[in-house]
Design a protein around this ligand. Structure first.
Ligand SMILES: *Cc1c(COP(=O)(O)O)cnc(C)c1O
Length: 460
């Protein structure tokens, strides 16, 4: 064995203690460090011929890279929809590396059973029936891609062909209808050979990002045949929701596959005050929920659900003599784009086991309260105005006069040490948005963000 590797093996217990201490220190400073530090990334180094051992690697990481990383795990990183990592999720992530399972085959240990138990818990968390089968994938983009791959196979079933066998060309033109689809949807369509142009925008209700059901009905009538509808439960700009019950009801009259992108909006189901926003979610044929956002597990985790695991296996089956059979409950290797992968479910399992439905409901409720509080604060800052009501956890606002992208970028820049906000355009108006989805965030953080905005506005 290489001497550096052998030394690390000998000193493993002590080294892990050193890593633990370093991690606790970093997390302890998370709330106070600059949210996006004004530090350039270091110049890339050449590959070391001589290794430094674990302790040396940790020291080099702490020295060169840590100062330039953002506090995205902290309480005032409000850009995109980011989430954090609960203490138990962090422990679960560590255990994932410790056990290094590849939970995709029944020929192996119980890894995939742990994943199935976790999928069952999440189904309950979101109030879904056991008609939905699920698996873990790397993020909502992959989850949307898998959902749309199953939709593609469903269109094939209707047309008497199999796109998975014969290629997407066997389908002819495909229409994917959506009000305010996330950018990952056209990306998924490009990957699936359906093409970005398959996405047909449907008008939304006035001033909203929610699809207008009457307009959707017109589009379905015009489509004159089976198509795909992507309904949105939580849009990134304003946190708006399609009326899922109204959308699903259209299936009585028109044939379509209903995919719901509930990447972060699905968490509305946890909160009695917001659950109505996702009423009807269970009726979907496939559903995407991101877990590395509002479940607060580390990056690389989303849930993908469908009522048609048989069609899913038609697409993703990975027949090989050494892998398990397909059967009625196919091994996970036959259901997702990756074959080998980490035991992603474990971080989710840990946080659900540690805090339960109640603990995660509290996180959702606190985040929505923070969003409401920031919305109120923004309205009270001279020179700012809200662009949309705060429906869940997203605050979309802009400058009251001359809201151009440059001035908004300057505003975001001025507050970047204190809070991270991301730009957008809503209803033709450039804007900034703050999304709350981190378990660490509280009212004191909202006051700090509001104070930073109030201070910065006169300077842009
Ligand atoms: C974040 C998000 C996605 C994409 O998720 P990734 O985890 O970045 O792949 C898709 N849809 C919605 C609504 C999202 O918020």
């Amino acid at each position: 064995m290489h001497p550096k590797l052998a030394a690390d093996e000998d000193g493993l217990a002590r080294l892990l203690e050193e890593v633990r201490r370093h991690a606790a220190g970093a997390l302890g400073r998370l709330g106070e460090r600059a949210v996006v530090p004004a530090v350039e990334a270091p110049e890339p180094e050449r590959l070391p011929e001589e290794g430094a051992g674990l302790a040396g690697a940790l020291a080099a990481f702490a020295d060169r890279w840590e100062p330039a990383l953002s506090a995205s795990a902290g309480p005032r990183y409000l850009g995109f929809v980011t989430g954090g990592t609960t203490p138990a999720a962090l422990a679960g992530d560590w255990m994932t590396g410790v056990w290094d399972q590849n939970p995709v085959s029944s020929l192996d240990g119980a890894g995939q059973e742990l994943e199935r138990e976790t999928v069952g818990w999440l189904r309950e968390l979101f109030g879904l029936s056991d008609g939905h089968h699920g698996a873990f994938v790397g993020g909502a983009t992959v989850s949307n891609t898998v959902g749309l791959a199953i939709a593609r196979e469903w269109l094939g079933e209707r047309a008497g062909v199999s796109p998975a066998e014969d290629g997407a060309g066997a389908l002819g033109d495909v229409r994917v209808l959506s009000g305010a689809a996330h950018s990952s949807v056209p990306k998924a369509l490009a990957v699936l050979g359906l093409g970005r142009r398959a996405l047909t925008g449907v008008p939304t209700a006035a001033g909203r990002e929610a699809v207008d059901p009457a307009a959707l009905e017109r589009a379905l009538r015009e489509a004159d045949g089976p198509c795909v509808v992507v309904a949105n439960a939580g849009t990134v700009n304003t946190g708006d929701f399609d009326d899922l019950r109204a959308v699903a009801a259209l299936r009585d009259r028109y044939p379509f596959w209903l995919h719901v992108d509930a990447a972060f909006g699905g968490f509305a189901a946890l909160s009695p005050a917001h659950a109505h926003l996702v009423a009807g979610l269970d009726a979907a044929d496939s559903i995407c929920v991101d877990l590395h956002k509002w479940l607060n597990v580390p990056y690389g985790s989303a849930l993908q659900l469908t009522r048609r695991p048989d069609l899913q296996a038609s697409v993703f089956r990975n027949a090989a003599a050494y892998l398990g059979p397909l059967g009625d409950a196919p091994d996970l290797v036959h259901l997702t784009p990756e074959n080998s992968r980490r035991l992603r479910a474990l971080a989710a399992w840990f946080t659900l086991r540690a805090y339960g439905r109640d603990g995660h409901r509290e996180i959702v409720d606190r985040c929505t309260a923070c969003a409401r509080a920031l919305g109120d604060a923004v309205e009270a800052v001279p020179g700012l105005r809200l662009l949309a009501p705060v429906r869940l956890n997203v605050v979309c606002f802009t400058l009251a006069d001359r809201p151009d992208a440059e001035r908004l970028a300057a505003l975001a820049d001025r507050v970047a040490g204190e809070a991270f906000l991301t730009p957008t355009v809503h209803d033709g108006v450039p804007a900034l948005r703050a999304a709350f989805s981190n378990w660490r965030t509280g009212e004191a953080d909202v006051r700090r963000v509001a104070a930073a905005l109030r201070e910065a506005v006169p300077h842009v």
